[in-house]
Design a protein around this ligand. Structure first.
Ligand code: AHM
Ligand code: MG
Length: 339
């Protein structure tokens, strides 16, 4: 971080890339930034529960400590509602889309879809977790409540998307369709500072990320690809390295920086895989393409899938272009119905 540029300054600077930009998107991104800081603070206190019996200080009297994922959901919703730029939100934490009822919100032109705290199995064990978000322009008329159609837009209509990784340091990475930029949180000044300008994923990599415990249930093409990754071919940098955190945001972030491929395929028991199209796969697919990589469900570009349900799941293959090409060769050679 040679020259100190804050996320706030960067957002305003980039606003000029959009003709007729009115600042609404900038204000929306600012509300995400604020919620991220609050969630970051809470995550960093989480370990204190065992020492003090509660994460303490700002706990409302008598109220039971909330689970962190529910807490993150509330904070992001509140921040988004308060800035009046969003008419509704779809969250992994809620069955139905949330419609903001204030008139100012009804007049807003954006909807946000999010996974407020992804990687839930890692929350209690001090391993990186993340927030994933995406922003769409509504298709229903401004002034009315948002409809399902606003939330079920294909990923290629995203206006902006990003994630926050709460890791050894906290970072916010986002795109508005003009490249990907990353900001590291400096807790001493309470500010996200530009640390990774114009991020691109290496075309080649040697990391593959998959929950190999499910191997027996994977389609043939995926099994064969895993064996290919493990072959001893030094001139091709194989065997590759296996890295799997179990937090999509953290696995994605590492592969983005180092080059690699992340796979969450269909399995015999879960033919649609596990990850959610609207607020996990689409934002990550937008980011990876902006960074020069690829994302598909094994056949189709993630961003071209037409969503049918809010919490729809799809298989996800995402990462470095040359590695993705090899994944596809294997998937084509061994049809995916063949487990
Ligand atoms: P979650 O939204 O319940 O946290 O689940 C999503 C997470 C991803 O972050 C992660 O990549 C994946 O689930 C791990 O799943 P598995 O434990 O099956 O490997
Ligand atoms: Mg999730």
């Amino acid at each position: 971080m040679s020259e100190l540029r804050t996320l706030g300054e960067f957002i305003v600077e980039k606003q000029h890339d959009f003709p007729h930009a009115s600042g609404e998107l900038s204000s929306l991104l600012a509300s995400i930034r604020l919620a991220a800081k609050i969630v970051n603070r809470e995550i960093n206190k989480a370990g204190l529960v065992d020492i003090t019996g509660s994460t303490g200080v700002d706990n409302v009297q008598g109220e039971e400590q909330q689970k962190l994922d529910a807490f993150a959901n509330e904070k992001f919703k509140a921040a988004l509602e308060a800035r009046d730029q969003v008419c509704g939100v779809c969250s992994e934490e809620e069955d139905e889309a949330i419609v903001f009822s204030k008139e100012l919100n009804r007049n807003a032109k954006y909807v946000v879809l999010m996974d407020p705290l992804d990687g839930s199995s890692n929350i209690d064990v001090n391993v990186s977790v993340g927030t994933i978000f995406t922003i769409y322009r509504r298709v229903s008329p401004v002034g009315s409540p948002p409809t399902q159609e606003d939330f079920l837009q294909p990923g290629n209509k995203q206006v902006a998307a990003g994630y926050v990784v709460y890791g050894s340091s906290t970072m916010l990475v986002y795109t508005t369709g003009n490249g990907v930029n990353g900001f590291t949180y400096d807790p001493s000044i309470g500010t996200f500072c530009l640390s990774h300008e114009n991020m691109t994923i290496p075309k080649d990599g040697k990391i593959y990320s998959i929950n190999e415990g499910n191997y027996i249930r994977f389609p043939q093409g995926v099994k064969k690809y895993i064996k290919y990754c493990q072959e001893n071919v030094p001139e091709d940098n194989r065997p590759y390295t296996s890295r799997y955190i179990g937090s999509l945001v953290a696995d994605f972030h590492r592969n983005l920086l180092k080059g690699g491929v992340y796979l969450y395929p269909s399995t015999q028991s879960h033919p649609q895989g596990k990850l959610r199209l609207l607020y996990e796969c689409n934002p990550m697919a937008f980011l990876i393409e902006q960074a020069g990589g690829q994302a598909t469900d094994g056949k189709t570009r993630i961003l071209d899938l037409k969503p049918t349900e809010l919490h729809q799941r799809v298989p996800l293959f995402i990462g470095s272009t040359n590695m993705m090409n090899t994944v596809h060769e294997f998937l084509e050679k061994y049809p995916d119905s063949d487990y």
